[in-house]
Design a protein around this ligand. Structure first.
Ligand code: B12
Ligand code: SF4
Length: 306
């Protein structure tokens, strides 16, 4: 049987071989900011993302998802992009094929590796599982949670996806990283909709990412002008972050075709939408949502260019 240190080494080598940009290991336990998460939910700041409250208990304790869970493996996959005018208005994470499809097989390969090496049970989580991924990844030392609530890693920035593997194996754990935001408040000051109530606290109901992707139905008038050119998601709080100034561009990105102009999105039929956005993250907004966002962008352009 491998020692906890040898197992950790083997998992880290395998993660890098699989193409992940960073990997860190933590001990299992309740997420350090579980109480903040509960306060956030109870204050209504999750908006209509009811699934977060419905899976509250599991999010507060990884052992609910994997009984006997002893260690947490956290990986980062960079999605940073160089300037791409043809993708204007689309958050960087959504400019390639859906990351759930491209990243999941690698995360499963890592899960299978640790299970086989340690004779353990393991479970992978990528976005949709009931796991507080940022909090567990921060506790493992993958990065620190910035005032804009994104996980930030020196030399990588915050434009990366987080993947988690929970395992019953005991692996040597890394130390958490100190918060290096310091006195900076660039993200809080730049948010077009003033969505941050305080550092580390986002009111999703005001966040352009939430409004343009998750929210169904009309968007309140007060947000139309601040939405500006954002068609799907928003990156403002990351664009202004000094830790992203020299963020390396992702080594591999699954190619994707940029979306048609807003004029065409407004008029798309259901069939055209399905055909055009198959395998794309943009399909999450649904045709109605994307058409709604496109209409707001067009109105904003008219407002600026009389
Ligand atoms: C719901 C959700 C959203 C919601 C709400 C986001 C939010 N900040 O709450 C919306 C739709 C707005 C959203 C937007 C985005 N999301 Co999102 N989202 C999620 C999801 C599914 C759950 C997050 C959650 O539980 N939110 C509730 C809040 C309270 O929890 P939290 O964000 O984890 O924040 C923790 C800290 O704030 C901390 N905390 C609270 N108080 C305090 C105080 C201090 C002092 C400290 C240090 C910490 C702290 O505790 C919280 C709970 O652990 C996760 C996947 C997952 N399963 O975790 C992806 C995830 C967080 N999203 C991700 C991404 C990429 C994005 C976007 C960048 C996409 C985009 N460009 O449009 C934006 C970023 C906006 C932002 N500033 O957060 C990545 C994050 C990658 C990273 N490097 O951080 C994740 C992890 C998906 C993934 N697997 O890669 N998202
Ligand atoms: S912009 Fe400044 S305060 Fe905000 S996350 Fe980045 S370093 Fe932290």
């Amino acid at each position: 049987m491998l020692t906890a240190m040898a197992l950790a080494q083997s998992v880290k080598s395998r993660a890098l071989e699989l193409g992940f940009d960073r990997v860190a290991i933590g001990s299992a336990g309740p997420p350090p900011h579980a109480a903040d998460f509960e306060r956030w939910l109870d204050s209504g700041r999750a908006g209509t993302m009811d699934y977060l409250a419905e899976t509250r208990e599991a999010r507060l304790d990884p052992a609910r998802l994997l009984p006997g869970c002893r260690s947490v493996i956290a990986v980062a996959l960079n999605y940073a992009r160089a300037d791409e005018p043809e993708w204007r208005g689309v958050a960087r994470y959504a400019r390639s094929a859906d990351y759930h499809d491209t990243m999941r097989p690698r995360l499963h390969a890592l899960r299978d590796h640790v299970s086989a090496a340690a004779g353990a049970q393991s479970r992978a989580s990528l976005d949709t599982s009931a796991v507080l991924e940022r909090d567990l990844a921060a506790a493992a030392g993958l990065g620190w949670i910035g005032k804009n609530t994104n996980l930030i890693t020196p030399g990588l920035g915050s434009y990366y996806f987080i993947g988690i593997v929970l395992t019953t194996a005991v692996l040597a754990a890394d130390d958490p990283m100190p918060d290096r935001c310091g006195t900076c408040t660039a993200c809080l000051d730049a948010c077009p909709t003033a969505a941050f109530d305080a550092p580390y606290a986002l009111d999703a109901r005001r966040c352009i990412a939430y409004l343009t992707i998750e929210h169904r139905g009309p968007i309140a008038e007060e947000f139309h002008a601040p939405i500006g050119e954002w068609l799907f998601g928003c990156d403002v709080c990351q664009e202004v972050c000094p830790w992203n100034r020299h963020a390396p561009v992702a080594r591999e990105t699954a190619p994707a075709t940029p979306p048609p102009p807003p004029e065409a999105l407004v008029a798309m039929t259901d069939d055209e939408f399905r055909e055009r956005f198959r395998g794309s993250p943009l399909k999450r907004a649904r045709r109605e949502g994307l058409a709604r966002n496109a209409a707001i962008v067009l109105a904003n352009r008219r407002r600026i260019t009389p």
